[in-house]
Design a protein. Sequence first.
Length: 157
Amino acid sequence: MAGADLTVTLDLPQANFAASGTAAVGNFLVNVFELTGLPTSSGDVTITLTAPIGYTLSFASSLTSINVSGGEHNPVVVDNPLWTVSHSLASRQLTLTMTSGAFISGGGESILGFSISRTTANSGSVASITVNVADDLTLSYDSNLKNNVYARIISGL
């Protein structure tokens, strides 16, 4: 029996970063969609975001809305209070897990707001920021073991 199936997207309309110190921060969204019409299990969903060397990520669990850099519809309501950072690696990789009791409804989504800062990336550099759904061997929150991954190209001007 197939269970919930998650896929992710990353919405960062303005992905060109000026030199450090000048407009070197961008706000963006991660959307976690449930595709099969079945809800996820409660509090188990885990995603990981990874920024390239020269950039840092930040996530505020108290954030309820965010203005997306270059976005058309601001502010955007986000579900950050339903997620916690369960692991951080040098501010370049964040692993988030839904809080106990939270879930993504069948056919629903959870929207998360983040900031990315260019710190030491060289001018002219091009790299990817990625987000993925952690493998779910129990198939309780993601029945697709291909590990849904989404990448977005960013560049340092």
